[in-house]
Design a protein around this ligand. Structure first.
Ligand code: PMP
Length: 281
């Protein structure tokens, strides 16, 4: 039985109980984070905690843990669950009120729930993941920069991809500007030039995206740019990659049923994924 953390203590998952009046349940009124740990090594803990704190402040959820307290929570859950490659989910809702009403209630205590869940190993040298994705008009809200637990928009997009036999969605604006996946950021490569969408309110500023950008900027052979990318450019790309904390960097070989580039994993991916792995793992 996995060990979880609820509000102020560690306990077995089956003993963790939350009120039905919790605003996380009633409204999706909360935010979350996923911190990946591979063989006890946390990847990007500080930026994850910063994004969590930004989410709390944007949603006016009063929860003032220090970085040190978050770090301790993550290491405790890693230790107590003893899973080699693990994602630590931290979920914070505004808390449970005494009735159901839209206004943010005063003086309620936020609910903190955290748990450990296995994630796939990441090793670009042995990884044989090849993703198929399809594109669709983005129908989510206009604050995708907040890592909110209100994920129904993302879930509906992901279901649409799965229903059609794809691994992930690629959502774009009504002007055909590429945004991101249902739970991942996107990178496209053309002629050795790597691009990713600008981190505005149409996408989540992914931590894996951020770490990969650092690596790309260091690389002398690769040109890198954050810019608006048209769907037509993704269709014409030599390579497409997606990034997320639970998957790291993965190559996309098929978009809308058509091969991306040669339809094989590209060389730019292989090189940068290896450099990224050496730096962070
Ligand atoms: N975009 C969305 C919509 C996501 O849900 C995620 C994963 N949480 C990402 C991008 C990737 O972010 P990260 O690298 O921080 O996991």
């Amino acid at each position: 039985m996995s060990v979880v953390f609820l509000n102020d203590r560690y306990l077995p998952l089956n003993e963790a109980k939350i009120s039905p009046l919790d605003r996380g349940f009633l409204f999706g009124d909360g935010i979350y984070e996923l911190i990946p740990c591979y063989q006890q090594k946390m990847i990007g803990l500080d930026p994850h905690i910063e994004r969590l704190q930004q989410g709390l402040s944007a949603t006016k959820i009063a929860f003032n843990w220090s970085k040190q307290q978050w770090r301790e929570l993550v290491s405790q859950l890693v230790e107590r669950n003893n899973i080699p490659n693990v994602g630590i989910y931290i979920q914070i809702s505004r808390g449970a009120d005494t009735n159901r009403s839209h206004g943010y209630p005063k003086n309620i205590t936020p609910t903190l729930f955290a748990m450990a869940q296995p994630i796939a190993d990441f090793n670009p040298n042995t990884n044989n993941t090849r993703l198929k994705i399809k594109s669709e008009l983005d129908r989510r809200w206009r604050r995708c920069d907040i890592k909110s637990t209100s994920l129904l928009g993302n879930l509906m997009h992901f279901d649409s991809a799965q229903t059609d036999g794809y691994d992930e969605i690629l959502v774009h604006s009504d002007k055909n500007i590429v945004h991101e996946g249902s739970s991942s950021n996107i990178f496209v490569v053309k002629d050795n030039q790597v691009s990713t969408p600008i981190a505005n309110q149409t996408i989540l500023p992914g931590i894996t995206r951020r770490l990969l950008i650092k690596q790309l900027i260091k690389s002398t052979e690769i040109q890198f740019e954050e810019r608006n990318i048209l769907l037509s450019e993704a269709i014409e790309a030599d390579e497409i990659w997606i990034t997320s904390s639970s998957r790291q960097i993965q190559p996309v070989v098929n978009l809308n049923g058509q091969p991306v580039g040669t339809g094989e994993v590209g060389d730019v991916y292989k090189n940068i994924a290896e450099e990224y792995y050496k730096t962070y793992f």
